[in-house]
Design a protein around this ligand. Structure first.
Ligand SMILES: Nc1ncnc2c1ncn2[C@@H]1O[C@H](COP(=O)(O)OP(=O)(O)OP(=O)(O)O)[C@@H](O)[C@H]1O
Ligand SMILES: Nc1ncnc2c1ncn2[C@@H]1O[C@H](COP(=O)(O)OP(=O)(O)OP(=O)(O)O)[C@@H](O)[C@H]1O
Ligand SMILES: [Mg+2]
Ligand SMILES: [Mg+2]
Lengths: 227, 227
């Protein structure tokens, strides 16, 4: 499904260059459930942005179902992002002056889903994360954990074939974290591919396998544990 | 130092009222190190905003060193906030187009500290969280954990007598979490009062005592554990 070969990402920040990722070779198969762990600043979100077609590598290639992403037009890329990929961002990225319901409807709006079905499916997604009673709250009228749950509902509402979850439990109490992992397990059982970034080993263990990133490179578990 | 009596907070959200907090009686002594735990949406950030004079209770009273906060002028309140209180927000609130260094300098700017001393103390604070080499990055050029560390450095740079940390480790790897707890332990040993909201029991145990909030009320540990 997803194949990264020699992928690197270099950022410019002021006068110096920062290596975000280096020499990444990674295969992710359909239906995979992969956890990504690594220290702060190691490149995990950078990897997720590339997987989700939100950013492009500086070097190397990324193939999605055999097609090099670099050969796709901006429209084709946008289409993939909107229909195939669900993204739970590390810093939520909700629209502050829109309600929880509106925020969750957004991917359905992009997918051209009709008004009534949209509202109904968005409500179901909010119900799945226990926030039906907050549907009318503006997203800046929600607690931190509630914002994270709305971000989760939004990522799931399109039943994406690829779900990218970047530290989705950082602001959740342990019970909500478990509830989320149950949702992800069910989604994976139904065939979705899941990539989950987390600092929490207990959360990572819900995945089928774990990869480790240190200083922009994939490393063995032993190397990661040495730190 | 801080005394809450019968404190309540009601929010208006659309047509219905939401109870954020209810009947809070709490004493926090100088040099205390208090952890606050509770489920998502239980009222922890609401409590922190009131303690930090960023919001006012709808009912009850809040006294700071014997002075009712409700009797203070806006200028006096702002003065207390800027000089006495350090706040690590749950969602960072950094200025995205300013560098890490500028962001950390901000409280010193409000406190009227001169240009050279400001830059030097901000750099020291960044060094304390291991981010000296990111000082020139704009805050939107930082990883999630790095943003959280800049937010931490900013809260500490004024050596506040009251530090309010709202889920400061949510985006940090466990090692960075331990480093932060060492910083807080040192600050507390030097006399600062610390209130720390966290979902992580391992983090909460670094405090001297723990209080629990469920549905806006302070409850016993047993009640919290029942959930
Ligand atoms: N500005 C607001 N307007 C309306 N309701 C609000 C507002 N801010 C918070 N609330 C509601 O008040 C309750 C308490 O919110 P608070 O942010 O204090 O929770 P919390 O304990 O910090 O949760 P979390 O662990 O998720 O951060 C929540 O149910 C939330 O929906
Ligand atoms: N837009 C940017 N410009 C410059 N440097 C950046 C940018 N985004 C990230 N970086 C740098 O690239 C490195 C990797 O960042 P990334 O966000 O991928 O880390 P991460 O593993 O997700 O960290 P965390 O666990 O803290 O979220 C970091 O050192 C960061 O400072
Ligand atoms: Mg990240
Ligand atoms: Mg909160």
């Amino acid at each position: 499904l997803l194949r990264l070969r020699g992928v690197g990402k270099v950022y410019e920040a002021g006068e110096h260059a920062v290596v975000g990722l280096e020499g990444i070779d990674l295969d992710i198969h359909p239906g995979d459930f992969l956890a990504v762990m690594g220290p702060s600043g190691s490149g995990k979100s950078t990897l997720m942005n590339i997987l989700g077609c939100l950013d492009v590598p500086t070097t190397g290639s990324y193939e999605l179902k055999g097609t090099p992403v670099s050969s796709l037009s901006p429209e084709a890329l946008a289409a993939i992002r909107n229909r195939e990929v669900g993204f739970i961002f590390q810093v939520f990225h909700l629209l502050p002056r829109y309600t929880a319901l509106r925020n969750v409807e957004l991917p359905l709006l992009y997918a051209g889903v009709g008004k009534e079905e949209r509202a109904q499916r968005a409500l179901e997604a909010l119900r799945a994360v226990g926030l039906e009673d907050r549907k009318g709250h503006l997203s800046n009228q929600l607690s931190g954990g509630q914002k994270q749950k709305v971000a989760i509902a939004r990522a799931l509402v399109n039943r994406p074939s690829l779900l990218l979850a970047d530290e989705p439990t950082g602001n959740l109490d342990s019970r909500s974290g478990e509830e989320l992992m149950a949702i992800l397990a069910r989604l994976n059982a139904e065939g979705s591919t899941i990539v989950l970034v987390t600092h929490d080993l207990a959360i990572a263990r819900n995945a089928r396998r774990i990869v480790y990133i240190v200083d922009g490179r994939l490393v063995t578990e032993d190397r990661y544990r040495e730190l």
